[in-house]
Design a protein around this ligand. Structure first.
Ligand code: PEP
Length: 252
């Protein structure tokens, strides 16, 4: 029912030239790929190039962040209208690195999610607890709160449109991947909270990706869990071979 999604977050890596070199090697290898949806989130300066290079392929290109307004005096920001105008179809919202370094709050995540839906951008809303919150036994409370605020006031039929990424902060870029069981439990909490706000049908059609130190050799065990519908991959998505291995192993 939920088609897996494997997404690459390139963070602040790769110039346009490097992005296109990646795609030259990568795209021919996924030409006939149908087992999962593939998405790539390059840095803003490479996004237009990646959109053009992936047009007509099975790869979706998206932005790593955006503002929620269409225009205004906000230096350094990019709006949903601007993303739409260059053919962008997806956006990451509330990645923990944005929350930590750009001070994005749960309320901003909510505004961005509404804007993404208004502009038909596929939103990948990132949530996840810090190490301290997990140690304090607060994982469930954090996840429920983040999802509740993100979905506050969201109306309409979101069936199949919403994607959430569970990214425990302690697992991002650390090599400490969550166990499949830990991830599955967290995904079940998130799915339950989506059901509280958007109903059971929508919750069942919402894809929940796991992110945090996903590698070719751990993705299959994660994907074997019933609540895990894909992966958001940072470091291991930067090399075509390793990202291809993750895509292949995810649905093997
Ligand atoms: C991420 O940045 O979304 C991520 C999951 O990073 P990494 O795979 O490097 O932990």
């Amino acid at each position: 029912m939920r088609k897996p999604m494997i997404a690459a977050n390139w963070k602040m890596y790769k110039t346009p030239k490097e992005s296109l070199a990646f795609l030259d090697e990568f795209l021919p290898q996924v030409e006939s790929h149908t087992a999962s949806e593939i998405a790539i989130f390059p840095t803003m300066s490479s996004l237009g190039y990646v959109i053009e290079a992936t047009r007509g392929t099975c790869v979706t290109a998206g932005a790593q962040t955006m503002h929620w307004l269409n225009e205004g005096p906000y230096t350094g920001q990019t709006s949903p209208t601007m993303l739409e105008s260059i053919g962008c179809t997806a956006v990451l919202i509330g990645h923990s690195e944005r929350r930590i370094y750009a001070h994005e709050t749960d309320d901003m995540v909510n505004l961005k999610l509404k804007a993404a839906l208004d502009h038909d951008l596929i939103p990948i809303v990132c949530v996840g607890e810090t190490f301290d919150k997990r140690e304090a036994g607060l994982t469930e409370a954090v996840l429920r709160w983040q999802v509740a605020v993100a979905l506050n006031g969201i109306q309409g039929d979101l069936c199949g449109k919403l994607v959430i990424a569970y990214e425990p902060v302690w697992a991002i870029g650390t090599g400490s991947v969550a166990t499949p069981r830990q991830a599955n439990e967290a995904h079940a909490i998130i799915r339950h909270e989506v059901a509280v706000h958007l109903g059971q049908r929508c919750s069942q059609s919402t894809r929940i990706l796991y992110g945090g130190s996903v590698k070719p050799d751990n993705v299959a065990n994660l994907m074997a869990e019933p609540e895990i519908d894909g992966a958001l991959v940072g470091g291991a998505s930067l090399q075509p071979r390793s990202f291809l291995d993750i895509i292949r192993n995810a649905t093997a």
